[in-house]
Design a binder for this molecule. Structure first.
Ligand SMILES: C[S@@+](CC[C@H](N)C(=O)[O-])C[C@H]1O[C@@H](n2cnc3c(N)ncnc32)[C@H](O)[C@@H]1O
Length: 138
C-alpha cells in the first residue's frame, strides 16, 4: 500500500477504503471518523447561490440503483472498520437523512454498539425549493 502523504506519526492513504483497510492489522485502530457517500446524485436538484442546480457530486455519489445494494456498500466498509478497530475503539459516522439510517442498519448488522446519535444544527442549510415538505436542517 503506497503512502500518499507522511509526516511524523501521521500517514495518509488514498485509495478504495475497503482495500486500504484490508492492509491494516486487525485490532490496531483507536478511532475511525467516516463521512461515506450520501448517494444523492440521482438526478435530483438542490439550491446553490439562490439557483436551482442538479445534484452531481461525482460518480462515487450516484449509488447502486437499489437501496439493498447501497446498504451492501455500507455493510462492506463497516465490516472492515470493525476488523481493524481495537476492542475498546470507537467509530464516528456522519451522513444526511438520505444515508444515515442505512449506515445505522449496517452498523447494527456488523455488531456495533451504539453510544450516541448527534444531530448537527445547520442554520444555513439549503432552502426547500419545492415547499412540499419540511425544510431539512441537519
Ligand atoms: C460525503 S463525501 C465526504 C466529503 C468529506 N467529508 C470532505 O469534506 O471532503 C464522501 C467521500 O467518500 C469518497 N469515497 C467514495 N467511495 C469511496 C471508497 N470506496 N473508498 C474511499 N473513499 C470513497 C468520495 O470520494 C468522497 O470524497
Amino acid at each position: 500500500m503506497r503512502e500518499y502523504f507522511q509526516r511524523d506519526n501521521f500517514t495518509l492513504y488514498n485509495g478504495d477504503c475497503i482495500k486500504v483497510l484490508q492492509e491494516l492489522p486487525k485490532n490496531s485502530i483507536d478511532m475511525i471518523f467516516a463521512d461515506p457517500p450520501y448517494f444523492l446524485s440521482n438526478g435530483s436538484f438542490t439550491c446553490h447561490s439562490g439557483k436551482r442546480v442538479s445534484v452531481k457530486k461525482g460518480d462515487w455519489d450516484i449509488g447502486q440503483c437499489s437501496a439493498v445494494k447501497n446498504l451492501g456498500f455500507h455493510v462492506g466498509w463497516l465490516k472492515e472498520c470493525k476488523r481493524v478497530l481495537k476492542d475498546n475503539g470507537t467509530i464516528w459516522v456522519s451522513g444526511t437523512y438520505h444515508s444515515i439510517y442505512q449506515c445505522g442498519v449496517a452498523l447494527e448488522m456488523n455488531g456495533y454498539h451504539f453510544l450516541n446519535d448527534i444531530t448537527w444544527f445547520k442554520p444555513n442549510a439549503a432552502p426547500n425549493l419545492s415547499c412540499r415538505f419540511f425544510t431539512s436542517k441537519p
